[in-house]
Design a protein around this ligand. Structure first.
Ligand code: C5P
Length: 258
């Protein structure tokens, strides 16, 4: 077996499959006695730096990284491709239970999102998917399916690699409320918009800023699993920090919690 982080994870999960897996830490609602692997959650709004920080923290600790936004994006892509009315909650839930969604990790720990046998890792990152993902994220039925999947995959990744860093909007509040360490990353809207523009030089700053404000509003006011600071989370304002500083601070907090 290769070093922890380069271990190849091939996690095949049909979303409709609720068979208990080997680690029942969260699905059974009590602590797992098989593997006391560390679960770390990072929540926060779009552009707060949580994705990069989660990836770097996972790498520094030699544990797995679970990007749960990718699962909402994959269902959104599937719905767009199938021409489903995005306001039809029942159709979205049926779709989420029907598709074959797999998260695979290559040798370098990079996530590959496989939808019905096709690698859609790039397609889920388009503006069209991002702009429409809130329909899927607001669907109670889809969330039930995806939360169950995230708990299963997270527990399995943690058991395999000694830990997992799970990032999203509800990881510390809903998916892993008993996580060992919880973080909530934040930053001013302006800085988050600037970070997005640095990644996409052709983007218009004012437009990106408006989109960020809209997403914040949607994420924090939705009826189901709104973006909140989870109980017990360490809140880090990354406005004046670069990614190395953020990662170093997360690492420091995790080490002191161990
Ligand atoms: O973080 P990312 O931009 O990839 O998230 C894609 C979509 O999924 C967003 O609409 C976000 O609100 C939603 N999401 C969510 N819960 C999560 C992760 C992402 O509702 N745990």
């Amino acid at each position: 077996m290769a070093a922890k982080y380069s271990l190849i994870f091939i996690i095949h999960r049909r979303l409709g499959d609720h068979t208990p897996k080997r680690c029942s830490r969260y699905t059974a609602g009590r602590k797992c006695c098989i593997n006391p692997a560390m679960i770390i959650t990072i929540d926060g709004p779009a552009g707060s730096g949580k994705s990069t920080a989660a990836r770097q923290l996972a790498k520094a600790l030699g544990v797995a990284h679970l990007d749960t936004g990718a699962t909402y994006r994959a269902v959104t892509l599937a719905a767009l491709r199938a021409g489903i009315d995005l306001e039809d909650e029942r159709a979205l839930t049926d779709l989420a239970g029907r598709i074959d969604l797999r998260l695979e990790y290559d040798n370098s720990g990079e996530l590959r999102v496989i939808l019905d046998g096709q690698d859609v890792s790039r397609e889920i990152r388009t503006a069209e998917v991002a702009d429409n993902s809130h329909y899927v994220a607001c669907s109670t039925g889809v969330r039930e399916v995806l939360v169950a999947m995230q708990r299963r995959v997270g527990a399995e990744l943690a058991a395999e690699s000694g830990g997992v860093v799970a990032e999203g909007r509800d990881q510390g509040s809903v998916v892993f409320p008993d996580a060992d360490v919880k973080f909530y990353l934040d930053a001013s809207c302006e800085v988050r918009a600037k970070r997005r523009c640095d990644e996409m030089p052709e983007a218009d700053y004012e437009q990106v800023l408006r989109a960020i404000r809209t997403r914040d509003e949607r994420d924090s006011t939705r009826a189901v699993a709104p973006l909140i600071k989870p109980d017990g989370a360490v809140v880090i304002d990354t406005t004046d920090m670069n990614i190395e500083e953020v990662t170093a601070e997360l690492l420091r907090q995790v080490r002191s919690a161990q």
